[in-house]
Design a protein around this ligand. Structure first.
Ligand SMILES: Cc1cc2nc3c(=O)[nH]c(=O)nc-3n(C[C@H](O)[C@H](O)[C@H](O)COP(=O)(O)OP(=O)(O)OC[C@H]3O[C@@H](n4cnc5c(N)ncnc54)[C@H](O)[C@@H]3O)c2cc1C
Length: 350
């Protein structure tokens, strides 16, 4: 059982910044994410793209923004549960919620902030009839632990950044890597395309285009895939088949939590504090909706700050609202660190 003050569902930018705003008010946070890493859409969909509308950053790479957000929150020692999807939300009593994940992990918190973005991402799967028989037994749609592929034969399918990046990475540790794409052209960062070209020229990977994987075979574990290339079928022996065709967002289990929904998003009260129709449960970032909602990172940051103030008021009804400027009060991390602007003194200079 994991216990905390605020349980955050979603480790995208809105969820991460929530930890900072909660930390300023001395509330601890734990974050659950279905993906193996933090960053939400920024890490999963466009880590190497520059973003131009983050206040104070004329340009910042999406992956860099996530690194900076972690750097900013780590003093508040957030807990993380990665690779698990929150599937049940129960209100046990006033100011006590329980959230259970698909792996059975129980989390208890005084308040819940849903920062689930576009919902939990689900992989696009190739239309191969028996592919589900081999999921987690040779077929994977995410690479959670690259070291598992050391010394193995791998087939990767896809034509985007993920397929290119993992081909480059696994080429160093796998026994063989074959990259298959249904077109001759790849859509990815120029640098990655160049690296894959070089790996092929150096004989370090096999590249098969235009081709598609049409069947998979094995007993308890995958042993072979079949590809169709220009009308002929060819078999390739392999230990792993990793189709990287992108992810589709699905609201998923959140849709059954009794939350008021509108157009696949959670309705919140933006005139006050971004609370949902369940008191004590808030929604911030892309997952919420209200009049004039804009699905932008900076809007998620603002919503997180207001939601944390509201939770502080709920949990401390007799305390006065305090707006703390970090320039004035500094920051005290839960890890014992302290950051503060130099103190002013009143002194006579003779
Ligand atoms: C290509 C592209 C370019 C973009 N460019 C810009 C830009 O220039 N500027 C800008 O402001 N915005 C941009 N955006 C939008 C921006 O990425 C989103 O506004 C932002 O990611 C929203 O952050 P979030 O934290 O609300 O959600 P997300 O980043 O979507 O993160 C949500 C997280 O919640 C997790 N999750 C969901 N449901 C569950 C569950 N039940 N259990 C566990 N985990 C769950 C997901 O796995 C995900 O990691 C862009 C988006 C895309 C796709």
């Amino acid at each position: 059982m994991i216990e905390t003050d605020i349980l955050i569902i979603g480790a995208g930018p809105a969820g991460l910044f929530t930890v900072f705003e909660a930390g300023l008010l001395k509330m601890r946070c734990h974050i659950i994410d279905a993906l193996p890493q933090m960053g939400g859409q920024l890490s999963e969909l466009y880590p190497k793209k520059p973003i131009f509308d983050i206040p104070g950053f004329p340009s910042v790479l999406a992956g860099e923004l996530i690194d900076n957000l972690y750097e900013q929150i780590k003093q508040f020692e957030p807990g993380f549960t990665f690779n698990e999807t929150a599937i049940h939300l129960l209100k046990l009593e006033e100011n006590l919620f329980e959230v259970i994940t698909d792996k059975g992990t129980k989390h208890r918190a005084k308040a819940v902030i849903i920062a689930g973005g576009l919902g939990s991402f689900e992989p696009k799967k190739p239309p191969i009839e028996n592919i589900s028989d081999f999921e987690e037994r040779g077929v994977s749609y995410f690479i959670k632990r690259p070291e598992d592929y050391t010394g193995k034969h791998i087939v990767i399918a896809g034509g985007g950044d993920s397929a290119l990046d993992w081909t480059i990475h696994l080429a160093e540790i796998a026994s063989s890597v074959t990259l298959i794409h249904r077109r001759n052209e790849f859509r990815g960062a120029l640098d990655s395309v160049e690296k894959v070209k070089k790996l092929k020229q150096d004989g370090k990977i096999n590249l098969i285009t235009p081709a598609e994987v049409v069947a998979v075979e094995g007993e308890n574990h995958l042993t072979k895939i079949f590809i169709e290339k220009e009308g002929t079928i060819q078999a390739i022996e392999t230990d792993y088949f990793i189709p990287l065709f992108g992810l589709v967002p699905k609201l998923g289990p959140l849709a059954d939590w009794g939350l008021e929904l509108e157009k696949n998003a959670i309705k919140v009260d933006n005139s006050t504090d971004f609370q949902t129709n369940i008191p004590g449960v808030y929604a911030v970032g892309d997952i919420n909706t209200y009049p004039y909602k804009m699905k932008l990172i900076l809007c998620g940051f603002h919503e997180a700050a207001i939601a944390c103030q509201s939770i502080y008021q709920r949990l401390n009804p007799n305390k006065k609202f305090v707006l703390k400027y970090t320039t004035v009060s500094g920051i005290e991390g839960f890890d014992g660190t302290k950051k503060q602007a130099e103190k002013q003194v009143v002194a006579t200079i003779d």
